[in-house]
Design a protein around this ligand. Structure first.
Ligand code: UT7
Length: 323
């Protein structure tokens, strides 16, 4: 028998304020038409003043726990993927642990920017298959609106706030690709690419800083690397694009999503797309899309799901799981 990390529950939370593309037309030289055609984004949610990443993450976690029919005391570990923790430390994960009333187990953040949720899933899987935790709450939560330079039209129209969460649980499998749960992971990074996507603040500057991106360069890497990492993960379990029921990609740009699906030879009818409603929510985008995909009735138990993401670092990777 093989231990598998199986999804037991999923949930998400989006802040109330919805910002349509047209709102930016008043302050910067842009248009709804440009944003929609170049990125696929139509609207995004922004956190209210005082509403933090741990607030959003805790709401998503509560939804995932309710969906799983579990209480916080039944969770062994919390991993939060985020680049926008409320404070430099402690982690957003320990803040969420306290908010959930969880007084045992352990909690920590994973920082791999837009690829963070994929990295967090791989870490949760490792904890579960090695017997260090039985149930892990994996959360992606971000308030990227706090990192925007509102005068930079090349970035400020692209990002949004939100959170999504999964409850993963140890269950026995047969050790075959038919098992439910995480089947394979593939993680990569290349620190030489720092300058194409970074935040120009932190403890070295004494400021929070703003997001800086060479969009075209990141786009080029994304199209090349995402299908590659998804194929690498599928290869590990002897599967291919033809076996995939749903690609649940990082939601940065509809053109990247379409390009990756094409390279994987998966039709767009089998891709969960939320970028039009959420914008790029960095590490929150995949758990948000998983939760929305389940709520829409797209993702069903037994479906083969591939998630893939790339972001600052660069860091990129993919997870293959059977829902
Ligand atoms: O999640 C982390 C990973 N991030 C990504 O995956 C993002 C990857 N990159 C992208 O999604 C795209 O590169 C963007 C959506 C950011 C930009 O699309 P693009 O087709 O690469 O456009 P561009 O940056 O080459 O800009 C084309 C033109 C430029 O004008 P000129 O120089 O050709 O006159 C820009 O100044 O569009 C201009 N532009 C805008 N125009 C209206 C840039 N931003 C805007 C804007 N509104 N908001």
């Amino acid at each position: 028998m093989t231990v598998r990390a199986v999804v037991r529950g999923v949930g998400h939370y989006l802040p109330e304020r919805v910002v349509p593309n047209s709102e930016f037309e008043a302050t910067i030289d842009t248009s709804d038409e440009w944003i929609k055609s170049r990125s696929g984004i139509e609207r995004r949610h922004f956190a209210a003043e005082g509403q933090t990443t741990s607030d959003l993450g805790a709401r998503a976690a509560e939804a995932a726990l309710a969906h799983a029919g579990l209480g916080a005391e039944e969770i062994d570990a919390i991993i939060v993927a985020t680049s926008t923790a409320d404070l430099t430390f402690p982690s957003a994960a320990t803040m969420i642990q306290a908010r959930l009333g969880m007084t045992r187990g352990f909690a920590f953040d994973v920082q791999a920017v837009c690829a963070g949720f994929v990295f967090a899933l791989a870490n949760a899987n490792a904890l579960i298959v090695s017997g260090q935790a039985r149930r892990v709450l994996v959360i992606g939560a971000e308030t990227f609106s706090r990192l925007m330079d509102w005068t930079d039209r090349g970035t400020c129209v692209l990002f949004g706030d939100g959170a999504g969460a999964l409850v993963l649980e140890a269950q026995e499998g047969a050790g075959t690709p038919e098992d439910r749960g995480i089947l394979a992971t593939d993680l990569n990074s290349d620190g030489r690419q720092k300058d194409i996507l970074y935040v120009d603040g932190g403890v070295s500057t004494g400021t929070t800083g703003h997001l800086r991106m060479q969009g075209k360069e990141v786009f080029r890497h994304a199209v090349e690397k995402l299908a590659e990492t998804a194929h690498a993960a599928l290869d590990k379990v002897g599967l291919s694009g033809a076996d995939v029921d749903w690609i649940v990609p990082h939601q940065a740009n509809i053109r990247i999503i379409e390009g990756t699906a094409k390279r994987m030879q998966v039709p767009m009818e089998r891709v969960v797309v939320t970028v039009q409603d959420h914008g790029n929510t960095s590490a929150a985008s995949i758990p948000l899309a998983l939760s929305v995909g389940v709520a829409r009735g797209q993702i069903k138990p037994g479906d083969l799901v591939v998630t893939e993401a790339i972001g600052g670092g660069l860091a990129w990777g993919a997870v293959v799981l059977r829902w």
